[in-house]
Write a new protein. Structure first.
Length: 233
């Protein structure tokens, strides 16, 4: 059985709450009693990012800095749990591929996975529903496929009063569906997806579900989305 997966839209909840505050108890339960290797490569300053997340999560989680390991790929090959932080998804995929971490995680499906923002994108089949600017060429867009569908973290609803003339998030997801039929879960700020075994649940906040040639569905917190685990590309 693959390891459980927790995918957060973001680390900063809406309303100015402390980082990870709504999900802190779930994170402690999800990651308890095991060393958790933190993957900081979505940002440039790895030490600063690790320290910030370590302090934000608190003492209940044994968070460890993967970037300080002499052989990080070998560490992940045997890891019981991993937390992949947010930042730029292209930078993240570039570095985890360059360091052999993508292959190590592919070879260790039992590793319990937590992602936030860019880390959530990395858990999808590809990173093609990220919001980020491609500041680096990651050498391909395929990712981990810890879930068989796509996620759009930080999902923003169209603002009818906006004078912005660029595409809305909904329009960009529609463009994705012109070339790929995989469902996309638009996770609003503060929302997360938690997979335990064959069960997948949305919580923390609402979300929208996008499917090709269908109107988007509004999803309430607490919605059972286990059927999404059975889809194939």
């Amino acid at each position: 059985m693959p390891g459980d997966v927790l995918l957060l839209s973001n680390s900063h909840p809406p309303g100015g709450a402390e980082p990870f505050a709504p999900a802190r108890d779930l994170l402690a339960h999800h990651l308890a009693e095991r060393p958790v290797w933190f993957v900081p490569y979505a940002r440039a300053d790895h030490d600063d990012y690790f320290t910030w997340v370590h302090d934000a999560l608190g003492p209940r989680i044994d968070l460890r800095p993967l970037h300080r390991e002499a052989e990080p790929a070998a560490t992940l090959a045997d890891a019981a749990a991993v937390f992949v932080g947010g930042g730029n998804t292209f930078r993240l995929l570039h570095d985890v591929r360059r360091l052999g971490l993508l292959d190590a995680l592919h070879a260790n499906p039992e590793c319990r996975y937590t992602g936030s923002s860019a880390g959530t994108n990395l858990a999808c089949p590809t990173i093609r529903t990220t919001n980020d600017m491609p500041i680096l060429d990651p050498g391909g867009l395929d990712a981990l496929a810890r879930v068989p569908f796509q996620v759009n973290p930080h999902y923003l609803d169209p603002d009818p009063a906006s004078t912005h003339q660029g595409e809305t998030r909904e329009e960009r997801i529609a463009e994705f569906h012109e070339v790929d039929p995989l469902p996309v879960v638009g996770l609003r700020e503060g929302a997360w997806l938690h997979r335990t075994g064959d069960t997948l649940t949305l919580d923390g906040n609402t979300a929208r579900l996008f499917r090709r040639n269908q109107e988007p569905d509004e999803l309430a917190a607490g919605t059972d989305l286990s059927w999404l685990l059975t889809i194939s590309s």
